[in-house]
Ligand binder design. Structure first.
Ligand code: NDP
Ligand code: ENO
Length: 462
């Protein structure tokens, strides 16, 4: 760190993100890092961290009393109780942050339980623990205390080489509802639909190439992670309900137009959403450069390449065979509904991506763009929605799943969310190891493709 005395960093909660932060900050030159997990984990943490230079303390009181910059990295649903317990022990003049993915409860807990002589400058790394921090957005929320605290926080994280994004607490929750919560709803629904179809998508010829590869890999990536991360950001974010409900509504309404064979209405609705979100006139073949919508939204296209995607199929036959398989026309209901939902809510996905996009969100816009860019592909999806009988059973399962997730989120019940999540994640678990590696490589290849680098196919993960 440049100049001055280094702050002592404290981390409360040594789960996946807390561990990643402690190790990276240590490697990045922070001298003193105190950490703790639950008191009952102290002994095992001591053993695990032997020789790392990271110092485990018995509990959050000890970390709070001795650190200048304290990061709470616990489950969103547990945060209030944890801050209530340890917050009053915070050292005078310290700065407190939370890694929590949803900030409304964090703001309330910090304001309520932290002493007044403590600053609040929070953070949120917009990526999971196995993705590189480099180039990824790191949101910084300066809520209370001197401006100089922001510089201190920026200096602490300098070695991450992340891209700092300064937002307020409220802006954070609004952006992440638009980017993360509704995107997860789409992938969670795909997983639930496949589970109820009792079919592993990579075992059917319908899901082994092109954009289908992204759908399968990201769905497995999400279901292989911890349920509480997704539950927290969907159930506790006051903005997320509207988005998730609109997504389920878009799915249902488009599907009804398909089964009622209301071709004109379906086409008009899809093409209108295309124009509103992407700015392309009906049947227009867009150029591949940046462009803007009527509302002035600047778009840097993602331009996914089918050839790259085909390398990451979970279906071993399509991998060894060089990739390409002919897939039957698909209504792509999940994608038509996503663009319809963005259009109905006035969401500007490219702007959100530029500010605070996660790798998952980037891929999701990428596949939507891929389908909507080509008038031929889009017209064929609309036709498939009206007449194809091969994918219709999957579409029915998808409608039920999207409505189910939306209802579950509206109930605000963590136990129900956990049950739904685990039922599907158990179904997919045999393929998690392979899918996580493959998904990591796919994200890296696409990020490299975007930044114009030549990919070596190695994962951008540790
Ligand atoms: N995973 C991800 O992709 C990302 C997660 N986040 C956010 O980061 C936070 C942490 O997530 P993640 O690391 O993945 O989750 P984990 O479940 O891996 O880690 C949370 C840790 O906090 C511990 N904990 C709970 N209560 C206490 C306590 N009283 N004192 C000390 N430690 C406690 C938990 O212990 P125990 O397991 O025993 O309950 C656990 O080890 C969450 O708020 C999440 O939303 C943000 C960005 C990305
Ligand atoms: O990219 C995504 O949406 C993920 O699923 C990973 C993730 C999960 C929680 C966060 O707070 C940030 C990133």
């Amino acid at each position: 760190m440049s100049g001055g005395k280094q702050p002592v960093v404290g981390i409360i909660g040594m789960g996946d993100m807390g561990r990643m932060y402690a190790k990276r900050l240590k490697a990045g030159g922070i001298d003193t890092i105190y950490v703790c997990d639950k008191p009952e984990s102290h002994e095992s943490l001591k053993k695990e961290l032997e020789g790392t230079g990271i110092i485990p303390l018995p509990n959050g009181h000890a970390v709070s009393r001795s650190s200048d910059f304290i990061i709470y990295s616990v489950e969103a649903a547990a945060l209030t109780a944890v801050v209530r317990e340890y917050g009053p022990s915070t050292k005078i003049g310290a700065v407190v942050a939370g890694q929590t993915s949803v900030k409304a409860p964090e703001k309330e807990a910090f304001e309520k339980y932290l002493p007044e002589d403590v600053g609040i400058t929070s953070v949120h790394s917009l990526h999971g623990p196995t993705v590189t921090t480099e180039g990824q957005p790191l949101i910084i929320i300066h809520h209370r205390g001197p401006e100089s605290n922001v510089k201190m926080v920026e200096d602490v994280f300098r070695s991450f080489k992340s891209r700092y994004v300064h937002l307020s607490y409220e802006e954070h929750d609004s952006v992440t509802a638009n980017t993360q919560a509704v995107t997860h709803a789409a992938f969670l629904s795909m997983g639930t639909a496949w589970k109820h179809s009792a079919s592993y998508p990579w075992e059917t010829a319908r899901y082994v190439s092109g954009v289908e590869v992204v759908k399968v890999n990201i769905t497995l990536r999400i279901y292989s992670a911890k349920w509480h991360v997704y539950a927290g950001l969907a159930l506790l974010n006051p903005s997320a309900q509207t988005q998730i409900q609109q997504y389920a509504k878009s799915v249902t309404e488009l599907f009804k137009l398909m089964v009622e064979n209301r071709e004109q209405e379906l086409s008009d609705r899809v093409w209108e959403s295309r124009e509103k979100v992407f700015g392309w006139k009906r049947n227009e073949e867009p150029s591949t450069g940046s462009s803007s919508t009527a509302e002035g939204q600047i778009r840097d296209p993602i331009l996914l390449s089918e050839d790259i995607l085909n390398q990451f199929s979970l279906n071993s036959k399509s991998n060894s065979g060089g990739g390409k398989q002919q897939s039957s026309p698909n209504s792509h209901l999940s994608l038509l509904a996503m663009v319809d939902c963005w259009s109905k809510l006035g969401i500007r996905p490219y702007e959100h991506l530029a500010v605070a996009g996660t790798p998952v969100f980037m891929l999701w816009i990428g596949v939507a763009e891929y389908l909507f860019r080509s008038p031929t592909l889009l017209a064929s999806a609309i036709q498939a929605g009206l007449s194809d009988r091969v994918h219709r059973p999957d579409d029915i399962e998808f409608v039920v799943a999207a409505r189910g997730w939306s209802e579950c989120v509206s109930f605000g019940n963590f136990e129900l969310y956990k049950r739904r999540f685990e039922e599907t994640s158990n179904f997919f678990s045999p393929r998690f190891e392979e899918a996580t590696k493959l998904g990591g490589r796919m994200i890296k290849a696409i990020q490299d493709m975007q930044s114009g680098k030549k990919t070596d196919g190695q994962p951008n993960v540790q």
